[in-house]
Ligand binder design. Structure first.
Ligand code: NDP
Ligand code: OXD
Length: 310
């Protein structure tokens, strides 16, 4: 039976995936939704939003790839129980995130938000420069993105720590884990970066309780998912100075309604969920490498644990 790889995401990027498959895997019939061909031939699907009722639509589907790093857009409980789900781990998305977070952390470290406010008020007022080694950066989430970001921040000389569900070990990074590791991790964090996946345990995680465990005036860089942040708690923490500045790439909802308080807040910098994006050429190659692993019976990179939700 012929093998179809079906792509259901941005069609412009899909055409770049098609070119990689044409060169590297001419044996696979690569198709872009809605041109599905014979549904019985579809063994592999890459999607941001998969179609409803996958099991009935594609009876021979063997793998579902997310076209992005997150899988929270999938209703995991509604997918066929035995279908393996694989998130996107590819060098392009990692590089983009390293650039974005490094830029945000350096900006906060060198007081750029404060200088912008001063410029607005016509004030020429130098602030003391603190060496990077005296700035404590903490990253929530030590997955493929959190670890790459930390490796770069360590190179820049920041005092770095990370927090995850299970305990990790990273050169130059103080690693903490689990509920008992959260308080000591937050207590030593001047710039907090959130790179957690959205799951039932991380929804609403960035709230008043968490902010109260940070040193007063700490900053937030949020690049995980909007629903992890309790918007009203951030506004309160900014109002009372518990949080000094926030850089938000993700919000709930996206986009924010025109009257939302975040748009014009003097201590919030917003970007429209662009911290990082899957790069089509390296993504198609990473997916093909995973397909080869799957066919050889080897573990795939980025296989989702459906019970954990990431
Ligand atoms: P990974 O799955 O590789 O890593 C997730 C990390 O979070 C792991 O270290 C995991 O711990 C930790 N974690 C998960 N749940 C918990 C929890 N309840 N308590 C403590 N730690 C937890 O994900 P990636 O690094 O690839 O991506 C992270 C997220 O970044 C994505 O899910 C997505 O939401 C976001 N993202 C945002 C983008 C943007 O443009 N803004 C672009 C790409 C991704 P452990 O290691 O112990 O399993
Ligand atoms: C992703 C994203 O998960 O773009 O890839 O947020």
């Amino acid at each position: 039976m012929p093998t179809t790889f079906l792509y259901k995401s941005d069609p412009v990027r899909g055409r770049q995936w098609a070119e990689v498959f044409r060169r590297r895997a001419p044996d696979i019939d690569f198709r872009i939704w809605p041109d599905i061909g014979d549904p019985a031939h579809v063994r592999f699907l890459a999607a941001w939003e998969p179609p409803q009722d996958l099991g009935a639509l594609f009876p021979n589907l063997e793998l579902l790839f997310s076209s992005g790093a997150g899988v929270d857009q999938f209703d995991l409980a509604a997918l066929p129980a035995a279908l393996p789900v694989v998130r996107m781990v590819e060098p392009g998305i990692v590089r983009g995130m390293v650039e974005y977070v490094t830029h945000a952390v350096l900006g906060l470290h060198r007081d750029m938000p404060q200088y912008r406010r001063q410029q607005h008020e016509g004030q020429w007022r130098p602030l003391p420069v603190r060496p990077a080694g005296e700035r404590r950066v903490g990253v929530l989430g030590l997955g493929s993105l959190g670890q790459a970001v930390l490796a770069q921040l360590v190179c820049l000389g920041f005092d770095c720590a990370g927090w995850s569900r299970s305990l990790h070990s990273m050169e130059g990074v103080q690693c903490h884990a689990g509920e008992e590791g959260l308080e000591p991790f937050l207590a030593r964090t001047d710039i907090l970066v959130c790179l957690l996946p959205l799951t039932e345990s991380t929804r609403g995680f960035l709230d008043a309780r968490l902010f109260s465990m940070l040193p007063g005036g700490a900053s937030l860089v949020h690049v995980g998912r909007g629903p992890q942040l309790v918007n009203a708690d951030l506004l309160d923490a900014l109002a009372d100075g518990q949080i000094g500045d926030a850089v938000l790439d993700v919000t709930e909802p996206e986009p924010l309604p025109p009257a939302h308080a975040f748009w014009r807040h003097p201590r919030i910098q917003l970007t429209p969920h662009i911290a990082s994006m899957t790069q089509p050429l390296s993504a198609a190659q990473a997916v093909l490498d995973n397909l080869r692993r799957f066919e050889a019976g080897h573990p795939m990179i980025g296989l989702v644990d459906r019970a954990r939700g990431y």
